[in-house]
Write a protein that binds this ligand. Structure first.
Ligand SMILES: C[S@@+](CC[C@H](N)C(=O)[O-])C[C@H]1O[C@@H](n2cnc3c(N)ncnc32)[C@H](O)[C@@H]1O
Length: 329
């Protein structure tokens, strides 16, 4: 069913709403837990950032972080394996894909992705307690946090971290009706701007993470949940578009870091999509730079003809959710 929110989002949101959401999350409208829980990205002191108007300044080392238009906690030297995050074009495609998946209840489009998200959100909710602190690494548009908020009525503290500025713009819009969530700019390939043992649940879906830093920020008994696509996911597409990198499951957190052995659950399914929507999805993710529409679209269309439904692809989906907990509870 299309809700008012979905329709407004499809139209891109009203400008005054979007601005209000952006400014609101970068000003005094931030929930109070943000100030007490965040660590200075330079000296790592927890609770030392003081938010005043358009910036947050560390009372210990004096580091200043902008809060408008984004709460920007990116600091330090860029590691060689760190990219800029998703581009504005990728964000646009991801929004198209996510809206289509949200509306697909009526026609089966994106059924595999919806089932995977539902399984992920249910798994996360199983690790929550009222007022839990949930941190989503590489949170993208904030879709997972929004779904989590809808599934969990109790007080919650949700922090989404992403390095991409256009992605944070999208995230503010998606989360504007969720007062329990805050998005900030940070790299998940660097030390997280959080104290030791503060976090109840760390999430990682299709995004980078440093396992030892995840273990550092988790409280004893806290959970690390990862969601990824298995090797069978959209295998029909990858068999035809041979130059595309295939999905790889996220590696489990190593036991040497004090994490319990990961347990995983796989959700398998089928979904139907048009070749154009398949390309949109591929261009919204890590395969984006490998896609050549003029070459790939005819190949996908030919596949749909071989499947017996020209213009309609039926694809295998395989999504995995794995979780491990920080030992020592
Ligand atoms: C494939 S998207 C997944 C988004 C979201 N987790 C989801 O499941 O829809 C990967 C996200 O990670 C972000 N990202 C990439 N490198 C990052 C980094 N070093 N630090 C933080 N975010 C990063 C990208 O900007 C993008 O939003």
């Amino acid at each position: 069913m299309t809700t008012y929110d979905d329709r407004e989002e499809m139209a891109g949101g009203r400008r005054d709403d979007r601005d209000a959401a952006r400014v609101g999350r970068g000003s005094g409208a931030l929930p109070s837990w943000v100030e007490t829980m965040l660590a200075c990205p330079r000296c790592y002191m927890v609770g030392s950032l003081r938010f005043v108007e358009t910036s947050a300044t560390c009372g210990v080392c004096g580091q200043t972080c902008p809060t408008r238009p984004h709460l920007d906690l990116l600091y330090g030297k860029r590691p060689p394996n760190e990219g800029p995050g998703d581009s504005a074009e990728m964000v646009k495609r991801r929004m198209i894909w996510e809206r289509r998946v949200a509306l697909g209840e009526n026609d089966g489009v994106g059924a595999g992705d919806r089932a995977a998200l539902t399984a992920y959100v249910e798994a996360i909710a199983g690790h929550l307690h009222p007022d839990a602190l949930v941190v989503d690494l590489g949170c993208g548009t904030g879709d997972v946090l929004r779904r989590l908020g809808r599934a969990y009525d109790e007080p919650l503290r949700m922090l989404g971290l992403d390095i991409s500025l256009p992605m944070l713009d999208a995230c503010y819009r998606v989360l504007r009706a969720e007062p329990r969530a805050v998005a900030a700019r940070a790299s998940t390939r660097r030390r997280l701007p959080l104290g030791d043992g503060e976090v109840d649940v760390v999430l990682r879906r299709l995004a980078p993470a440093l396992p030892d830093d995840v273990a550092r920020v988790l409280r004893p008994g806290g959970a690390f949940l990862t969601a990824s696509f298995g090797p069978g996911h959209w295998s029909e597409v990858y068999d035809v578009l041979e130059t595309l990198p295939r999905p790889r499951p996220a590696p489990p957190a190593p036991r040497t870091l004090g994490m319990s052995p990961a347990r995983s659950e796989v959700t398998e399914g089928r979904e139907t999509l048009s070749p154009a929507l398949v390309l949109t999805r591929l261009q919204a993710g890590p395969a984006a730079s490998h896609v050549v529409p003029a070459r790939d679209l005819p190949l996908l269309y030919a596949l749909s003809e071989r499947q017996g439904a020209p213009g309609q692809l039926t694809l295998t989906t395989e999504a995995a959710v794995a979780f491990s907990t920080r030992e020592g509870a």
